[in-house]
Design a protein around this ligand. Structure first.
Ligand code: SAM
Length: 290
């Protein structure tokens, strides 16, 4: 097992977590997509998009076509984060929110902009923590938006302090029962958890080869849909909204195949979404009890 510095050893408890952290610390191929799209307006996302693309970007001058595609993909990724934030419910400026697996911080900055409240992002990538904290400085919100090199399975934050928590495409890296135990501890009574994730579809049986391909590409472990609800029920998280976003994300992936930034993973996403073996889901749940 590779030895890391003592702080990293405390945060990254398993070989698997070390490999996930290493991936997000240095993944030039996938990262190129995220950085180029982030450069559009300074909001850096590591998630996918939803909504109808404006296909006129494919027309017009060829020398600027790729730029137009990038801007459109970025717009759809920001729309995805907006939809997630729409489901956080009534959040006041004095509240505190947590972004579980915060990446380069795009959704955290949008939350702070919308609600004016404190946001704590946690990620196991030290590189991402540095990048996102620099962004917070640059945006003049470092007193409200902070990023921490912590494990979302064991954040070390006090119990009951969070009004809301979200995970934007991060739950496929962790055990859901452990994750929701920690989130349930962190949320105040009546606090809201919102998750956007890809999950395999129990109805079509075991995992398809395309879902396995996605897992192999990102080094993640996509969970079946049923596991989300089992793990929530076990941890006092009661779903209030479940939205199937599969149809809304397919056009994003179709447009991505036209981009020079395509990584090859577009194929298994489109195949699995179209055949029904993979689903893009938003789940919002309330913490009940104390
Ligand atoms: C696909 S990216 C999503 C980033 C961000 N939520 C976004 O929408 O831009 C997955 C993120 O999960 C983080 N992650 C994976 N396992 C984690 C863990 N156990 N604790 C904290 N973060 C984790 C990675 O470091 C990475 O930032």
């Amino acid at each position: 097992m590779t030895m890391l510095n003592p702080k990293a050893e405390a945060v990254l408890r398993t070989n698997y977590q070390k490999s996930v952290a290493a991936y997000w610390n240095n993944n030039p191929n996938d990262d190129r997509v995220n950085t180029v799209l982030g450069e559009v307006d300074g909001l850096y996302h590591h998630h996918y998009g939803i909504g109808e693309p404006d296909l006129s970007v494919l027309e017009g001058p060829e020398n600027t076509r790729q730029e137009r595609i990038v801007e459109e993909l970025h717009r759809l990724e920001t729309a995805q984060a907006d939809l997630l934030l729409d489901h956080l419910g009534d959040v006041r400026p004095g509240d505190r929110l947590m972004d579980g697996g915060s990446g380069r911080g795009g959704t955290s900055f949008m939350a702070n902009q919308r609600f004016g409240c404190q946001v704590d992002g946690v990620t196991i990538s030290e590189y991402q923590v540095g990048f996102a904290n620099d962004q917070a400085q640059h945006r003049g919100v470092a007193d409200k938006v902070r990023f921490h090199f912590r494990n979302m399975l064991d954040t070390g934050f006090d119990s009951g302090v969070m009004r809301g928590i979200w995970t934007n495409e991060t739950t496929m890296y962790v055990d859901l029962f452990e994750l929701f135990r920690e989130f349930s501890r962190l949320l105040e009574s009546g606090g809201r958890y919102v998750c956007i994730t890809g999950c395999s579809n129990d109805v079509t049986g075991g995992r398809s080869s395309s879902v396995s391909w996605i897992d192999a590409h990102y080094g993640c472990m996509i969970h079946p849909r049923s596991e989300y609800f089992r793990a929530m029920a076990e941890n006092d998280l009661v779903p209030i909204d479940v939205v199937d976003l599969t149809a809304a994300t397919i056009p994003y992936w179709e447009l991505r195949t036209k981009s020079e930034l395509a990584t090859g993973v577009e194929k298994p996403f489109l195949t699995s979404y179209r055949e029904g073996s993979f689903q893009y889901l938003l789940i919002a749940a309330d913490k009940v009890g104390r």
